[in-house]
Design a protein around this ligand. Structure first.
Ligand code: FES
Length: 145
């Protein structure tokens, strides 16, 4: 299925298509992230965020994968989000105890986006202020002026 087949604001008849798109969506959570003030040998809040996100993803079809370092250490906690045919998003400044649901909501928005871009409207606040970068899909070409 192509993500462009999914209209924004999908009606219940499109639920199946949306669920299929969600299964092509993955969130990568850095498990080695910590705040500068956290002890180096203590439990990593990045791992806590990864576990909370995995729990929040249960039943959604979204894959949550653990990764060691997204090279965004100075703006931890960090996560990246990918979806077939869509832009890839990298987020920082996440909190282990509050932001798992926001990551899942972001994955939903990205999976539904007909243009492959996570819409600003409706995006959880932490995914607005915590946006580090977005990267186009492999076949992306900027339209010439
Ligand atoms: S340790 Fe998490 S981004 Fe580097």
């Amino acid at each position: 299925m192509n993500l462009t087949d999914i209209a924004p604001g999908a009606c219940p008849a499109d639920e199946e298509a949306e669920n299929e798109a969600l299964t092509s969506t993955a969130i990568y959570v850095c498990i080695t992230c910590r705040r500068a003030s956290d002890p180096e040998d203590g439990p990593r809040p990045g791992l806590a965020l990864a576990r909370a996100t995995a729990r929040a993803a249960e039943g959604t079809g979204v894959a949550v994968r653990q990764i060691r370092c997204l090279a965004n250490c100075s703006r931890a906690l960090s996560a990246a989000m990918r979806c077939d045919g869509a832009w890839t998003y990298i987020f920082g400044g996440l909190e282990a105890d509050t932001d798992a649901a926001a990551l899942i909501e972001g994955a939903r928005l990205l999976a539904r986006a007909s243009d492959g871009l996570m819409p600003w409207r409706g995006r959880p606040e932490v995914l607005k202020r915590g946006l580090i970068a977005r990267v186009p899909p492999l076949d992306f070409e900027e339209e010439s002026e």
